[in-house]
Design a protein around this ligand. Sequence first.
Ligand SMILES: Nc1ncnc2c1ncn2[C@@H]1O[C@H](COP(=O)(O)OP(=O)(O)O[C@H]2O[C@H](CO)[C@@H](O)[C@H](O)[C@H]2O)[C@@H](O)[C@H]1O
Length: 736
Amino acid sequence: MTTMSSLAFVTDHTAIDSAGLLDYHRRPKIPLFSYYRPRKPLLDTAFLCNNTKIVGGRRIWRVKATGENGPGGDATGDTDEALQVVIEKSKKLLAKQRDLLQQIAERREIIASISNTTKIKSEKEEISSEDEEEKSFLELDSNLPDDIYTLQNPSTIKSYEIDTSKSQIKSFPDEDFNNKLQNTNSEKATTNTKELPPFVSDISSTFKKFENTNESISHHVKEHVPDAPMGDNSKSPPLAGPNVMNIILVAAECAPWSKTGGLGDVAGALPKALAYRGHRVMVVAPRYGNYADLQDTGIRKRYSVNGQDMEVHYFQTYIDGVDFVFIENHMFRNLGSNIYSGNRSDILRRMVLFCKAAIEVPWHVPCGGLCYGDGNLVFIANDWHTALLPVYLKAYYHEHGLMQYARSVLVIHNIAHQGRGPVDDFSYTDLPPNYLNLFKMYDPIGGEHFNIFAAGLKTAYQIITVSHGYTWELKTTEGGRGLHNIINENDWKLTGIVNGIDKQEWNPESDIHLTSDNYTNYSLTTLHTHKPQCKAALQTELGLPVRADIPVIAFIGRLDNQKGVDLIVDAIPWMVDQDVQVVMLGTGRPELENMLREMEARYRDRVRGWVGFSVKMAHRITAGADVLLMPSRFEPCGLNQLYAMSYGTVPVVHGVGGLKDTVQPFDPYRETGLGWVFDRAETGLLIEAIWNCLLTYREYKESWNGIQRRGMMQDLSWGNAACRYEEVLVKAKYQW
Ligand SMILES: Nc1ncnc2c1ncn2[C@@H]1O[C@H](COP(=O)(O)OP(=O)(O)O[C@H]2O[C@H](CO)[C@@H](O)[C@H](O)[C@H]2O)[C@@H](O)[C@H]1O
């Protein structure tokens, strides 16, 4: 996810990076917490969790938006009374919404009759008009409102709510909402076909072919219910119930095809869990190489990037109930594992093209014979690379009456990388000038600059970040890295959801990387015999002395300041005196790579520093090691500690972000906890934690065994997280 080149965007934040999170951990009771405490309404979540009338949840959200108990307001007063008021108001709104549905149904009939008489454009006409569209991409200067941010600001929602007689209010609380939405949007697409704004490519004929055929849609969707990845209950109704929707996750990397870090893992795994719940799910990623078994859809589209015409090809495959669509263009080709390489403008141009092409995939690319369409659709964008997607959705489509029901949710995996650059970079986005303010940022380090993440956060309907701890940190000056004010202003749409792990990939019982070279699969019952076998296999593979009694301490991760690798390197002289073996796997900053090589050269019989990216070795080290170190200076969630625990490998972590959320400290008196957690990213504290850990490993075998077992018995799968994602997506879907 992060490479040296992408660091070019954030180098001006390096000072915060290293000094950053130390301070506020020293003062856990600072008033910051109460100042920044979440202002999200409690009832809202409760309603959605219970899957009760969505309109209730939505209504409450609106009530808060009016200021009664909304962002900035205090959640005080009599809850019962408030609830009654809300219920009453909800009932009234429901009645109005039924009226509205009736009106829509009538209009649909009229539109259908008009569209039946519309002639389909000839192929030739389409091509030439497409050319025109591309040429005029940069000339766009539509009648957009000056302050587009207010459109997303809850305070403006008030006016929509009061004037319920106007058709701006669109809410479909009844059971067959999804069908209605699908139909309505198909109509929308149909009616707009003739008058598409010049920057939008024509809605594909594949989409048009199906748009009025409700039968085909429902048939397809039924057939497309994903195979259950964890057991066969495909005949049961979808777990998501009436909330079933079309979800498109858009990410710059997606495992197993492309991965530099945790983002790739999430993009490869979360969609499967969402599909398992019954949603129709697609992942859109760039095609960086010649991936096996992809089907060329034959679909070609052209988009303009900074005045240059770019053609993209769409490839696809269908795995574990998920449609994977890959976008090919010469800019992505042959990047291999250096997917963030190139200079700032290269990366920016790639991401602009990627977002423009990704957003129209539901129109152009038929999956299972049928395009997703834009009704009942939620995009999940990830990190700054795709933070332009929510902005484009608003600027190119919503503002022009297109994709009216499509929503965007932006996930923050790591705020340290923001897509920063000089203000002039705005020209690459091809957005109208009045959008510049969304991107313009000022901070004492970077001065006035252009910031893609900032614009995405303001524009997305909902924001998710990957742990609760990180949600809190993002609101602090140190943790938000210049974006804390925006995060605080948008607190009302921010949710923390801890990542899960892909049990198909990371499971010691079935891990394919443990089936050769004397490694072996293992489970809770074979932990005592088979995990030591993996340890011996690891020692053999790495050329270390094969000794069962010596603890193997590991690190796996990007070699970046974030990960605190330097703290481990500083602790190594102490560690080798404790009769341990240290194994480190990573790639990243050259100076940190050199440190790994140096340590191995200096302590050849104790230390291995594997510089490189090897998924196989990551699995084998996780299985063969006794202890995993994660002294990260900040860690939004962290996946390696989750993998480690599920493999009976005990984590020693800096208590920050997701590490704090997921590693409960070992309590020797109660025999509870999952590992060791230290308070500040300092070598001394890391050493102290390792010392305690080694003492337990050597002297208190039963306690050690208990820690391993508790770690392995946790349900860390994506199932729970997918359920929480669904709640947020539903909120976005009903949000205007
Ligand atoms: N040299 C190497 N060889 C093989 N595999 C390697 C490797 N280096 C790293 N990996 C793998 O990459 C993944 C890294 O995941 P993390 O969550 O630790 O990191 P990252 O910081 O990239 O992700 C960001 O996004 C994720 C996802 O949300 C958050 O968990 C995290 O906190 C945030 O910083 C793991 O699967 C790990 O095994």
